[in-house]
Design a protein around this ligand. Structure first.
Ligand SMILES: *Cc1c(COP(=O)(O)O)cnc(C)c1O
Length: 349
């Protein structure tokens, strides 16, 4: 078995892979790949998946869960269209590549997209202070975990304006207070399921209130009214995401997951900080528990280190091309023993 430290699509629990594989051959007598999305069997899966998201994140009354398509990349645009209000102005905290793309799509929706805080000056290696949030904006948007650079917000920004968050790479890794948000969205493939589905958790009171004319597919009110079945949903991705949600709930939920994720991150960061061959690439206080970025202190050891981890059955450790170095993504399904394997290789360098 290989240790998959890839940034996404993600590792999922082996039990989930097995159940997912079985359903390709037999899902109540058909393959899950051929079943009608309007069949009672699949409608039940969709309802269960939406319900299990609510259970896993303790989503309060007054929110709707949707599984749509287009990835978080379309989410940037959907967020802007649906949250546009009378100011036609939105504020963004710019913490990296994905946040920058969100700003761009805010402008593409016709909003004035302002950056109220940014860490671009230091290659996004920290979370900037965002205590000064203007009031004359329609919403504040931020990215809870920055998959590429390896930083993560440790608290939710304090604001009275509607709050929107791209949680693609840390959703279900820890408990969150959903009541603070008007919209949360996340591509499934980082911590939930196979690529194809994008999760939206939207506050019902914002639906249908946009100041913009929204193209049909981008209108969350349309999807909410149709119970996430406005058009053909990503059937298999939703099915497998639901298997993974059931697995999560059966194994202690996000509280238990948060403990495991903290233990994995502690182990690896401790090695990075104590092994003279390595250094972390982000500010210590803003370190991500999901995507750990680091580099060699002496580049002449690169060939040997790369050989060691390749021989150690580790995959997906190469850093993003924009950052270089190494990135160990440690999503929920990555076991502590995989991190132990990596750490022992680091020690042997
Ligand atoms: C991967 C990622 C995205 C892009 O997701 P797609 O589903 O590929 O569009 C956006 N935001 C964050 C934080 C990500 O990690």
């Amino acid at each position: 078995m290989k240790h998959n430290f890839g940034a996404g699509p993600c590792i999922l629990p082996q039990e989930v892979f097995k159940e997912a594989a079985a359903a390709v051959l037999d899902f109540n007598g058909l393959s899950i790949l051929e079943v009608s999305h309007r069949s009672a069997d699949f409608v039940k899966v969709m309802e269960e998946a939406r319900e299990n998201v609510k259970k896993a994140l303790n989503v309060p009354e007054g929110y709707t869960v949707l599984f749509l398509q287009g990835g978080a990349s379309l989410g940037f645009l959907i967020a802007a269209y649906n949250l546009a209000g009378k100011h036609k102005r939105a504020a963004y905290i710019n913490t990296g590549t994905w946040a920058t793309k969100a700003v761009k799509e805010g402008a593409n929706a016709g909003l004035e997209a302002i950056q109220i805080a940014s860490s671009e000056d230091k290659g996004f290696n920290y979370i900037p202070d965002a205590s000064e949030i203007p009031e004359d904006i329609d919403f504040l948007h931020y990215t809870s975990n920055n998959t590429i650079v390896g930083t993560q917000f440790k608290s939710i920004p304090e604001t009275n304006v509607p709050l929107v968050c791209d949680m693609s790479s840390d959703i279900f890794s820890q408990p969150i207070d959903v009541s603070k948000f008007d919209l949360i969205y996340a591509g499934a493939q980082k911590n939930l399921g196979p690529a194809g589905a994008t999760l939206y958790i939207v506050k019902d009171s914002i639906l249908g209130k946009s100041s913009l004319h929204i193209p049909t597919y981008l209108d969350l009110a349309v999807h909410a009214k149709k119970d996430s079945m406005f058009n053909t949903p990503p059937v298999y991705s939703v099915f497998v995401s639901n298997l993974n949600l059931k697995h999560l709930l059966k194994n202690g939920g996000v509280e238990e997951m948060a403990k495991k994720n903290q233990a994995k991150a502690d182990l690896l960061y401790n090695e990075i900080d104590n092994n003279p061959n390595f250094e972390g690439t982000t500010e210590v206080k803003d370190r991500s528990l999901m995507n750990v970025t680091f580099r060699l202190t002496d580049d002449s050891k690169k060939e040997r280190f790369d050989q060691l981890w390749n021989d150690g059955n580790i995959v997906g450790l190469k850093g993003h091309r924009s950052v270089g170095g190494y990135r160990a993504s440690m999503y929920n399904a990555l076991e502590l023993k995989s991190v132990e394997a990596l750490v022992s290789i680091m020690k042997s360098l």
